[in-house]
Structures are given as structure tokens and as C-alpha cells.
Design a protein around this ligand. Structure first.
Ligand code: FE2
Length: 341
């Protein structure tokens, strides 16, 4: 399979000011075009915007990101095609211990949330895949958790389409690492060695129209376990973010944009300086909603310990490998043994 190595030329979505746009209410909108085009000074301007976003809210929206809108649309269509299959076909791919495959509705509840007591299962079904590894990958040969084979449906072209999307998001995510490093007053290439076999997870969620009970959601309040999450925006509302004051606000819908949030690995690496912000998804009222979040994490062996520029932030987490964190998080939230019954 050919791997994508570049983004498309960013097409200007709006006549925004170079580097930073506004219009997202409390959630900043960042225009990536100047940075992706390599314009002088754009890295620093973009990093300043990201630093402000991650120190204050932990959430932002990116426009002019270089991912073709046709690819985003076709990936949403693949999500709809997957979930339109009969339940029996989807259950053939029941989620395994690697968190790959299909999770039926009512099988998942976030229990690691520090922001709310979640007592009802989430009202979405989902398909998960990870990076495709070659047959001779050492982790695959060793049967290492989270490296295992993906479980693909019997849908012509599905695997190729999904991999084209995740390859492209890989490129975008890696282009963001120098921005994050610069925002943290580190050399732009600081994070590169931690992400050369990055552990991403890709999720295709389906939220059918449903009536939620009290304290029940499409996805209940939680923070993400990974480093950065890229959510292609959809016009069907639902994603909400908790502001530092505790108020929940919707992420503003901007056509052809990604909502980006940092996760627990960003929070721990920066000693709490960059937020891992609670968010949730409301059950769509009278509508069907699909979501295609791409969750970027570092290499499984990466040890997450306080960055030299974040010592004074003071949260004081002990070092932990990404693999150890994932083992705890997935065991707590996704019990593979419950997926086949
Ligand atoms: Fe999330």
C-alpha cells in the first residue's frame, strides 16, 4: 500500500489574518496555511496561538490544514457504509484486546473520568483500527498488545480508504509536532523520536437518533488518553467542551475544519501546563451523527516524563510509558470480554 507523504496545498477557507483566525467564540480558530506553506515567521506565530489555546482551554479548531475535503467526505461515507451492515456482520469483528474491531452500542462506559460520574453506557457504536504494521514488525511477531492486526470488514475498498485517511492524518499530525515543541520553547524536532512509530487509533462512530436517559450521552464526559486528537467537523452538532469555569460549550462548526484537543499524554508531559480538556458528545436529536476521530499517541515505548520547560508547572506526575498508560486506560474503559456476548 502506498503511504502518503504530503498534504495538499492549503486552500484558504476564509480571508483570515495570517496565522490566527477568530470566530470560534471561546475556542480559538487557527489558520495553518502560512505555517504549512513555510512562510517566514509562521511557525512562531502558529506556536503562539497553540500555546494560548492549550494553556487556557486545551481545545482549538484548525482551518487550511491541507487535508482534502473530498477525502474527509469519503471517509464519513465509509463510516456510514460500515455501520449500515447487519449487526451479525459487524459482530464478526467484535473488538479484541488490541481495541481493534467493532464495539456495539451500550458496551462502553468511561470509568476513568475525573470530571463526572458516568453511570450509563454511551449511545454510540464504533469501529476501531490502528496503524497497519508489516508482517515482520517485531511487536506484531511478539504478539504485543495494541500492535496486533486490524480486523477489516468484507467491504471492497474500505481498508484502502481508511488507510488513505489515517496516512494523511499521520502527515498532518507530524507537521503539528514542531508547532507543539515551539509552543513549549523546545527545539522544533524535539518530539520526532517519540513519534517515529506513533501509536494512533482511528475510530468511526455512529450515533443513531436516540432518547438519552438522565446523565446519558453519545459519549459521556471524559478526557482523551492520547497526545492529540483530530476530529473532522460535521454539521450535525453534538461535541461539547468544558471551559475552565465549568461551563459546557459546543465546538463551533466551521466547514472543512478539524477540532483538535490535547489528551492526557500532553497533560502529563507538560506537567499540567497544557490542558487535557473534558469533552462529551450529546445524543443527536432526530438526526444520525457520524464521527471519525484520529487519536495520535507517541510510540508505545515512549516514556512520558516532565519536559524541561514545564518543571515549574508543578503537577508532578511520575514518569510512565505510553504502553503502561494505555493498558490501564483501556482495561478500565473497554473490556474486550464484554464485546462478544
Ligand atoms: Fe474524546
Amino acid at each position: 500500500m502506498t503511504r502518503k507523504t504530503s498534504l495538499t496545498e492549503p486552500v484558504t477557507v476564509s480571508p483570515a489574518d495570517p496565522g490566527v483566525a477568530t470566530g470560534g467564540g471561546p475556542i480559538p480558530v487557527v489558520d495553518l496555511a502560512p505555517y504549512l506553506r513555510g512562510e517566514p515567521g509562521a511557525l512562531d506565530v502558529t506556536a503562539d496561538a497553540i500555546r494560548t489555546a492549550l494553556e487556557s482551554i486545551g481545545f482549538y479548531v484548525i482551518v487550511n490544514h491541507g487535508v482534502a475535503s473530498s477525502l474527509i467526505e469519503s471517509t464519513f461515507a465509509e463510516a456510514a457504509r460500515f455501520h449500515a451492515q447487519p449487526l451479525e456482520a459487524k459482530m464478526q469483528l467484535a473488538m479484541n484486546d488490541h481495541n481493534n474491531g467493532y464495539m456495539a452500542i451500550n458496551r462502553y462506559m468511561v470509568t476513568t473520568s475525573g470530571v463526572s460520574e458516568n453511570t450509563k453506557p454511551d449511545l454510540n457504536e464504533a469501529f476501531f483500527s490502528k496503524r497497519e504494521r508489516s508482517a515482520d514488525h517485531p511487536g506484531l511477531l511478539a504478539g504485543r498488545r495494541f500492535v496486533g492486526h486490524n480486523q477489516w470488514p468484507d467491504l471492497p475498498g474500505f481498508r484502502e480508504s481508511v488507510c488513505e485517511y489515517t496516512d494523511t492524518l499521520d502527515v498532518l499530525a507530524l507537521r503539528m509536532l514542531p508547532v507543539i515543541a515551539t509552543a513549549l520553547e523546545l527545539p522544533p524536532d524535539y518530539f520526532a523520536p517519540y513519534f517515529d512509530d506513533s501509536q494512533f487509533s482511528f475510530r468511526m462512530s455512529h450515533y443513531p437518533p436516540a432518547r438519552a436517559e438522565e446523565n446519558q450521552f453519545g459519549i459521556a464526559p471524559h478526557t482523551d488518553a492520547n497526545f492529540m486528537t483530530f476530529v473532522a467537523q460535521t454539521s450535525v452538532a453534538g461535541l461539547e467542551v468544558r471551559l475552565p469555569e465549568g461551563e459546557w460549550v459546543p465546538v463551533p462548526y466551521i466547514e472543512n475544519s478539524f477540532a483538535v484537543n490535547s489528551g492526557d499524554m500532553m497533560y502529563r508531559w507538560t506537567n499540567g501546563r497544557f490542558k487535557s480538556t473534558p469533552h462529551r458528545v450529546r445524543v443527536p436529536e432526530g438526526a444520525t451523527r457520524y464521527a471519525i476521530p484520529y487519536f495520535l499517541g507517541p510510540n508505545l515505548d515512549a516514556v512520558i516524563e516532565c519536559l524541561p520547560t514545564c518543571v515549574s508547572a508543578g503537577a508532578g506526575f511520575p514518569p510512565i510509558s505510553y504502553e503502561a498508560y494505555l493498558n490501564w486506560w483501556y482495561d478500565a474503559n473497554y473490556d474486550a470480554s464484554k464485546q462478544t456476548t
